[in-house]
Design a protein around this ligand. Structure first.
Ligand code: SIN
Length: 532
């Protein structure tokens, strides 16, 4: 079966919804999501939206916090765009009646989170900002937007010369395949946290969009930078969900079982140090055999302010009243992704990427807290405005299409199970990496038909096989970049190269199906502009 639209957005989080509502009403817009529209990472986001709202705050201060957390591996131009257009996007939401939390005097109450030098985090419903944002955007979707749930995008349909994207092949809940055609295909599939066994992400977040775009010829960059959130609730040997950084912004402190403060003397911001630093301290303490807790005893009205975390603790039999929440780090956010320009355009004509799936250069080597819903709002809108000004070209189905000469289906025995892949990705490309473990993992994956997985068609794969294929490709892309980057920077920590290396400064690892390059691109670091 075949369907057509003007714009197809793959994914249903904040970036996707923000884009859909800003597209021209004349367009037929389809949102395809492999789960339901209320199951995205955005929906479950506890943290808020960072924005310069307070008169005492400034764009320069927000940008400088972003640079410092991300270890100066940014596009200065895009960070500027993020903080300035981000503040406008948040003000737009507020003017539409977005239910931001307010203080007793009726002012927006701005919270503090890790590595922010000022209170600038807008929350809604305490730790339920993601849910409120998604509901707000859903309510404002116009009628030209059609949401199709439980339809998994599996392969990008390309023109015969592979230069342009014309559509996407999908696998439905019942296993039936469909072809959707559109002039503009937008990847908004979120990150890839579920490549790891301990994660704050939904289990469906495996980087589908990145693997699909890579297979279609797009560039992928910065894959070595996977952020581990320091505080996932830890119970019975497993992580159970997030304990928001807002809790530490509100006075929660990290302690070991003897009550010793973990971050004392480690960083001037102590418990609110950048995430890669707190996560590493917790990791080291746990590796020494110590339990780590967030002590919440100084936080007043905890249950009222943090209903999501309170419910999470209850579900896992943990007591809020005792005031010590056991925590461990887990994968949280991928700073890398599909290389795009400031309008979300990839190297493949007609293919765009927005939100966590994209690599714009706004997050550097480690994302600043609450800059991610912000990114979705900014780039969802920017890319919509760009597409609104491009000419409408029809019909798409009739043009000659690229056909894979061979299909993957004979090789499915080389697809690892999700659990095995998660464990081996964690062992090689987890929080602490070594060249030898990464090399071993890469050799193992290469021996499992990796080249075929990147370059052959997916006809006849089931949804589960397609997901395992995407996981295997992303595990390879992350590990290869982590192996090549012989330094530690931000979220990428190599125990065999434990320092930041000036020779790597401003350099990105860019991967395509044809080659891997280390290059200076739009990440050129410009000290003068930042400190001006
Ligand atoms: C958190 O609430 O700690 C997570 C928010 C974020 O990742 O920005």
């Amino acid at each position: 079966m075949t369907r057509q639209a003007n714009v197809i957005i793959i994914g249903g989080g904040v970036a996707a919804l923000q884009m859909a509502r800003h597209l021209r009403l004349q367009y037929h817009v389809m949102i395809l999501t492999k789960t339901s529209i209320r199951e995205s990472n955005s929906y479950y986001a506890q943290g808020g939206i960072a924005a310069v709202i307070d008169k005492e705050d400034s764009f320069t201060a927000h940008a400088n916090d972003t640079y410092s957390a991300g270890r100066y591996h940014h596009s200065v131009q895009e960070v500027q765009c993020l903080v300035e257009e981000g503040a406008l996007a948040v003000k737009e939401l507020l003017s539409e009646g977005f239910p931001a939390d307010k203080s007793a005097n009726g002012e927006i109450s701005l919270g503090l989170e890790g590595a922010h030098g000022a209170k600038r985090i807008v929350h809604a419903g305490g730790d339920a900002t993601g849910r409120h944002t998604v509901e707000h955007l859903l309510k404002s979707l116009p009628e030209n937007v059609e949401i199709i749930e439980h339809e998994m995008a599996a392969e990008i349909i390309l023109s015969s010369d592979r230069s342009a994207c014309c559509g996407v092949k999908t696998i439905g809940k019942d296993g039936t395949c469909k072809n959707y055609f559109a002039q503009h295909i937008v990847m908004a599939t979120g990150g890839a946290g579920a490549l790891y066994p301990f994660t704050s992400n939904q289990q469906t977040l495996i980087g589908d969009g990145i693997a699909m775009a890579f297979r279609a010829g797009a560039e992928v960059a910065d894959m070595e930078f996977m952020q581990f959130h320091p505080t996932l609730l830890f119970s019975q040997g497993e992580t159970k969900g997030l304990v928001s950084e807002a809790v530490r912004g509100d006075g929660g402190v990290l302690v070991n079982e003897a009550g010793k403060r973990l971050m004392e003397g480690v960083h001037p911001l102590k418990d609110l140090a950048p995430r890669h630093i707190t996560a590493y301290e917790i990791y080291k303490a746990r590796a020494r055999g110590e339990e780590v807790y967030i002590d919440i005893r100084k936080i007043r009205r905890f249950k009222e302010k943090y209903p999501t975390i309170t419910a999470l603790c209850r579900r896992n039999g943990l007591s809020i009243e005792e005031g010590l929440l056991p925590v461990a780090p887990g994968s949280h956010f991928l700073m890398g992704g599909i290389v795009v320009d400031t309008y979300g355009r990839t190297k493949v004509k007609g293919l765009y990427a927005i939100g966590e799936t994209a690599c714009t250069g706004v997050h550097g080597a480690n994302r600043l807290a609450s800059n991610s819903l912000l990114e979705g709002l900014v780039y969802g809108k920017r890319t919509a405005h760009f597409i609104n000004h491009s000419p409408v070209v029809v019909p798409l189905e009739d043009q000659p299409l690229f056909k894979y000469e061979e299909q993957i289906n004979g090789k499915t025995s080389s697809l690892l199970s999700k659990e095995v892949l998660q464990q081996s990705t964690m062992a090689a490309a987890g929080m602490i990496r070594t060249g030898s473990a990464l090399k071993h993992h890469l050799q193992m994956l290469e021996a499992l038909d990796m080249k075929d997985f990147m370059q052959k068609g997916i006809d006849d794969l089931s949804a589960d096989e397609a997901e395992r294929l995407f996981m295997q490709i992303n595990s390879y892309l992350i590990s290869r970049a982590a192996w090549l980057r012989t330094e530690s920077r931000g979220a990428h920590i190599r125990s065999d190269y434990s320092e930041e290396d000036r020779n790597w400064s401003g350099k990105q690892i860019i991967q395509t199906i044809h080659a891997t390059q280390i290059r200076r691109s739009f990440y050129e670091w410009n000290q003068a502009r930042v400190h001006a």
